[in-house]
Ligand binder design. Sequence first.
Ligand SMILES: Cc1cc2nc3c(=O)[nH]c(=O)nc-3n(C[C@H](O)[C@H](O)[C@H](O)COP(=O)(O)OP(=O)(O)OC[C@H]3O[C@@H](n4cnc5c(N)ncnc54)[C@H](O)[C@@H]3O)c2cc1C
Length: 555
Amino acid sequence: MTRELRSSVAVPIPASVPVIVVGAGPTGLTLALVLAGHGVACVVVDDDGATSTEGSRSICVQGHSLAILDRVGAGAVRAEGVQWNLGRTYHRGREIGQSRIAGGDPDAGPRFVNIGQSRVEAILAEAVRAHPLCATAWAHRVDRVDGIRSDAAGVDVAATGPDGTVRRWRAQYVVGADGGRSTVRGALGIAFEPPPGQPDVDDPYLVVDVRAELPFPAERRFFFDPPWNPGRQVLLHPQPDGVWRIDWQVPPGFDLGAETASGGLDERIRAVVGDATAYEVLWSSVYTVRQRLAERFRVGRVFLAGDAAHVMSVFGARGMNSGIQDADNLGWKLAYTLKGDAAEGLLDSYEAERREAAVANLEVTGATMRFLAPPTGGARLRRRLVLAGAPYAGFLRRKVDSGRLSEPAVYRDSSTVQPGCGALAPDLPVRRLGGTAVGGPGPAQPDKPLRSLRGGPFVVVAVGPTVEEAGELGAAVDLALDARPGRTERRLPPYVIVAGAAADASGDTETAGAALGNLLVVRPDGHLAWKVNGEPAPDEVADALAEALLRASGG
Ligand SMILES: Cc1cc2nc3c(=O)[nH]c(=O)nc-3n(C[C@H](O)[C@H](O)[C@H](O)COP(=O)(O)OP(=O)(O)OC[C@H]3O[C@@H](n4cnc5c(N)ncnc54)[C@H](O)[C@@H]3O)c2cc1C
């Protein structure tokens, strides 16, 4: 791989730091920035000299990941990405279905943009470099045998630099974001197996980034059993700057070197781009799609995130996206715990929530893998029948599984959210209220989307048909919460109170408000932790909200 070697230790690193993140992939870099956004310093240690500059690898960045990246200072990912809304599916050269991708509400933007992972990493690495609370130790490998040593008060990390010098740091918490072959996971002795109930499938793919001017717009094309890759599938995805990513399912033992030397690779590419189209190969590789889940995501003060915790088939764009979302989930929880704003129980909710999300993702990608590489004769027959009948019957078209694009997780089983909550909170227009909890009365604030308040304190939203009406409820809640004696006895986490207007798609604000709840507690990562319905007395509201805030912060 081509890498631009940066200075191995970018800034002087103190011997003791709040958090050490092992791995400067998309997960580790995002985590560093989320922590820094909450005012927590961290060090990112990576065994490579810099982020990779070669190859697309992950290309689809989901809307919710884009919202996280915007917030941590990597908005260039959204700006540079190619937006696509149409997916076409073909069987034996004939188009059998189209799917249009609608926008995603709570993140208010495209559901996906395409951009190569190396560019995402470069943008994140630049934001990390520029942040005064982030330090990086490039070209430092954390050793499997004695790289991670925990005790009750902290974790000692040892990493070997390019000159063989071993550097040692102590951290209060360590996060292994060091990829599928995670050293940190190995050091903790955590099993990494296929997800429960799923067979161990190895499905090899040839991937190529080609620059070519193709005679159709930016759209995804999925070919089942095309004449030019018989019995297997091919996937075509747009990338920025006229680059396309092509994935061919290939037989086990496929040899890329031999394929290139024999002219077979040229034939494969020509079958996709056409004989008359000039093309340039920018990157080619072979990877094997497989699924893995770590038995635990936390041991004491050490956590696993991203591919270190779960590896999933790439169909559905769930790998990098779930790593970014692990980072967002863990970042605020570590920050709150380190600052004394949350109870230790909050950190347990990381595994509860993100392992649940990984299991859900792995089930979806497992079903896709069973369709793409049917493991039994019966499954092969079913697939043949589905594909043959898809042009004629909608119910069969819906069974064609070329990857189900990922959605933000819903934390249904977490003890820190109320049953029925856990999804991203709806993106209501909200207004910050003046008042004791929010720093005193001030000039009227313009309305802004609720999502713009993510990444800070908890947000208590008073919901009404209009922002003005909600404001009255919000002001009453503010006073009641502030006067609540328990506030000084059991410390509430930091929060702000805002008033928000709920309108559903039909514009019926009252129904939408009632369905949503009158008061919402929204976590720093934007997920809804609690809701209170009806119009209870201010004291009851204050009690319910104080309890909700404490539970949501692990109390
Ligand atoms: C061909 C391909 C296509 C893909 N397509 C998609 C897609 O479309 N959408 C999607 O969401 N995902 C996709 N993925 C998956 C995606 O690339 C991974 O999920 C993603 O890279 C995981 O990021 P990560 O930060 O968790 O780990 P990694 O990117 O693996 O980063 C881990 C980092 O840790 C470092 N490291 C490892 N060991 C040590 C050590 N001992 N000490 C110090 N540093 C260490 C490594 O050098 C590396 O920089 C694809 C993957 C491949 C291979």
